[in-house]
Design a protein around this ligand. Structure first.
Ligand code: FO1
Length: 313
């Protein structure tokens, strides 16, 4: 089993490449749920949905989230009725949130619901929420702490950031299947996701870091920072707020003591020695995933790095 720690869009694209080089049934994605939010009474799990829709081939590719060609009739009516509609939820996407919420209210776990939805959409990759417990990422600003989606979507990441907190993480536990997946993995790949609010959330769950440290399986991360800037999303202010440089070296520092190898982009080759000085091996390749060939090639290089490490140990 190949296990990937995943956030949203970057991870989903990486997984599209991975299933070109490994049978999808042998891939497990452990997905961040810190971005989850309740809106209109519905439980929304953006990263889980991004991964599921992408692997199902129905994602709206240009934006990386939502269902391709979706309509917004429900949202328009909600607006007429005075609801807040800053979070764009298409009609088909809403069906997912309705079904999820209905099943959760009926007593199912998020893990069970996620499995049901991915199977219904024909996704062979096992998609595991990092936890079944409530965890919410809050961005600390000079005006107070706000939910990640309020910061990113409603306020367009314009607030100054002084910190990041994960509400509920101390009381939350990774699920048994998550710990089992880590324990039995042949390789653990950290997708090019935000190291603070995507992968960082999973790593903050009590027991996850210990499980990763315990395993002798190679852990290979792909840097989401290329040439000093994130490929997508608000990683820069969040990394800075947590005291990390916004660079592939900063990503290495985030994962210091945890990963064996960091895959960095060719434009960052000059940072390789600095990263090696952190005790992390470096693989240099093109990491920008423009199309299926680049996705496949990045997945292959990352997997080869893990396999090479395994055969040396
Ligand atoms: N991102 C936006 O920038 N604007 C939106 O209105 C928005 C809606 C949305 C609806 C469903 C969904 O699954 C994701 C959505 N996203 C939207 C993306 C999401 O906010 C973030 O990209 C992830 O949480 C970060 O991985």
């Amino acid at each position: 089993m190949i296990v990937t720690l995943a956030g949203g869009v970057g991870a989903a694209r990486f997984l599209e490449g991975l299933v070109q080089v490994v049978p999808a049934e042998q891939v497990t994605a452990i997905v961040n749920t810190g971005d989850d939010i309740t809106l209109h009474g519905l439980h929304i799990s953006p990263d889980i949905d991004i991964v599921t829709y992408t692997l199902a081939g129905i994602v709206e590719e240009a934006q990386g989230w939502g269902v391709r060609g979706d309509t917004t009739n429900v949202l328009e009516m909600l607006k007429t009725l005075g609801a807040e509609t800053w979070f764009l939820l298409g009609d088909r996407d809403l069906a997912t949130h309705i079904r999820r919420t209905e099943l959760l209210r009926g007593g199912a776990t998020l893990t069970e619901v996620t499995d049901l939805i991915r199977r219904a959409l024909g996704v062979a990759v096992q998609i595991l929420p990092m936890t079944d417990d409530p965890v919410a990422t809050y961005i600390v600003t000079p005006q107070g702490a706000i939910h990640f989606q309020h910061y990113l979507v409603q306020r367009r990441a314009q607030d100054d950031v002084t910190g990041v907190t994960f509400e509920g993480v101390d009381r939350a536990r990774p699920t048994a299947v998550v710990l089992e997946a880590i324990g039995y993995a042949e390789a653990i790949l950290i997708a090019p996701s935000n190291p603070i609010v995507s992968v960082g959330t999973t790593l903050a769950l009590p027991g996850v870091r210990a499980a990763l440290e315990e395993t002798r399986t190679p852990i290979v991360a792909v840097s989401p920072i290329v040439g000093g800037a994130p490929i997508k999303g608000p990683a820069a202010p969040l990394m800075r707020a947590q005291g990390f440089e916004v660079s592939a070296r900063g990503v290495g520092e985030c994962y210091r003591g945890l990963i064996d190898i960091l895959v960095i982009d060719t434009v960052d080759a000059v940072l390789a020695d600095d990263i090696r000085a952190l005790g992390i091996d470096v693989v240099i390749t093109d990491t920008i995933m423009r199309g299926p060939d680049e996705k496949r090639s990045l997945a292959q290089v990352t997997l080869d790095a893990a396999n090479a490490r395994l055969s040396r140990s």
